[in-house]
Write a new protein. Structure first.
Length: 162
């Protein structure tokens, strides 16, 4: 009988985990705001926002986003280099630090900081990028930092900072 109760508890825990994943996976995915720091609008009529750490980076690197995912999927950069994610696909993409859905792997980052005073300092676009839009982040912490598309969590890559 004890094993039956244990199985029920495990099944309930799995259901709660999957439910939370689905709930938070769709969190704020329809946001159309273009006021997030580090986002570059796709048209001249859009109101531009300030890039993250403007002009303080040593080198700029670009990762393109298409329906096939991120390219390159692994990028080696130096401490202080800026990485720009540019969406060339027709669907929105939301680059952010792993782990989905909290985005807390990169030090100081977290989806809970989106929309707050710390938003410009986190590895998180904080919204879906439309086709032609870009998001930039300067990596000041050494390490191997995995990231994903919050709107398509199966798509991701790695930034190696050294």
């Amino acid at each position: 009988m004890k094993s039956g109760v244990l199985i029920i508890i495990v099944v309930l825990a799995i259901i709660l985990f999957v439910g939370g994943f689905v709930l938070f996976g769709s969190f704020n995915s329809n946001s159309g705001s273009s006021s997030s720091s580090g986002i570059t609008p796709n048209s001249e009529n859009s109101e531009p926002s300030q890039p993250v750490n403007p002009d303080n980076s040593k080198e700029s690197n670009t990762i393109t986003i298409t329906s096939s995912g991120f390219s390159p999927s692994t990028l080696n950069v130096n401490i202080g280099d800026r990485v720009t994610f540019t969406n060339l696909g027709s669907s929105q993409s939301w680059p952010a630090s792993n782990i989905h859905p909290t985005h807390t792997v990169y030090p100081g980052s977290g989806i809970s900081k989106c929309g707050g005073a710390e938003e410009s300092n986190i590895f998180d676009a904080c919204r879906g990028l439309r086709q032609g839009e870009s998001y930039s982040f300067t990596f000041n912490e050494a390490g191997s930092w995995k990231y994903h598309d919050h709107l398509n969590p199966g798509s991701g890559g790695t930034i190696i900072v050294g």
